[in-house]
Design a protein around this ligand. Structure first.
Ligand SMILES: [Fe+2]
Length: 297
């Protein structure tokens, strides 16, 4: 049992958690030990995990060992699983539990095997009308060091804006698209089929968290432009806000350990992978699931 005080970044209820939990940083993240996520989850435990999720935004379950099927079962406790736009090298769609890796088709490490967009701050699936609620990654193979995932707390970043900036961005909307995401990260352009499959969508720049009511800055690498502004002004405002969000006082860098199973809240965080390992020789393999959320407002 663990009685954790409300963290400065979240809104804890003060109710004790039925598992061992330890806050990781003031920007978010908590480590949970002693649970086996491969075991069936009852409603009480599920609700407690969700309560911790809303308080800490990033939950790090240590010492896990789930098959892909077990990850799918665990993930479905938190909502409907999301399908993915990208295609595997052979052209087939990504499976619902898919692999994030730097290994090529022959199983060899290569810097080119990872989607470039992963290296830029983004929130998963913001190019959907209904973007994701949470993403889960389970570490399967890790480099000896590095291969970190970095998170930025966009609620703290919003709170720290000047009253003038809050007033300026209030009511502004941005267009997000798969096409812009590919362009912004220097990836090969989206195919016509992908553009038809995922046409641009519009979301508010200031997003209200549906469960906590807190406001956050909702931008990232999938953003094309801000509606109603000249292109140069839109670009400058996006760059200014993204630079603000990425400041160290709003970020937490997760250093993966064997057996880590991490879930995070895409509604109040940006994230990116760091290239801080020998991608050409070292292996990094994680299994990923994404839960569908609700329309931003
Ligand atoms: Fe992502």
């Amino acid at each position: 049992m663990s009685d954790v005080q409300a963290a400065p970044h979240g809104r804890g209820t003060g109710i004790p958690y039925p598992f061992d939990i330890r806050p990781l940083t003031d920007t978010g993240g908590a480590e949970i030990t002693g649970l086996d996520l491969a075991a069936p989850l009852d409603d009480g435990m599920r609700d407690a995990i969700m309560r911790a999720f809303l308080e800490f935004h990033i939950l790090v379950f240590r010492g896990q060992s789930l098959t892909k099927d077990q990850q799918a079962v665990f993930s479905k406790n938190f909502g409907e699983l999301e399908h993915h736009v990208g295609r595997l090298p052979d052209g087939s769609p990504y499976p619902i539990v898919h692999t994030v890796t730097n290994l090529d088709e022959d199983g060899k490490p290569t810097p080119g095997a990872v989607a470039l967009g992963n290296y830029f701050f983004h929130t998963d699936k913001s190019y959907h009308d209904i973007p994701s609620l949470m993403t889960m990654l389970h570490a399967i193979e890790l480099p000896p060091s590095g291969g970190d995932t970095q998170f930025a707390n966009t609620q703290m970043a919003y709170d720290a804006l000047s009253p003038e900036m809050k007033a300026r961005i209030s009511g502004l909307k941005a267009e997000h698209s798969w096409e812009a995401s590919r362009r912004n990260s220097g990836a090969p352009p989206a195919t016509e089929e992908q553009k038809r499959e995922r046409p641009p969508v519009v979301h508010p720049i200031v997003r209200t968290h549906p469960d906590t009511g807190r406001k956050s800055i909702y931008l990232g690498n999938h953003v094309s432009h801000i509606l109603g502004l000249p292109a140069a002004e839109s670009d400058a405002l996006i760059a200014q806000l993204m630079e603000h969000v990425g400041q160290p006082q709003f970020t937490y860098t997760h250093q993966w350990r064997d057996g880590d199973y991490v879930m995070w809240d895409n509604r109040c965080l940006l994230h990116r992978a760091l290239r801080n390992y020998e991608m050409a020789t070292q292996r990094r393999v994680l299994h990923r699931t994404v839960i569908i959320g609700t329309a931003p407002y």
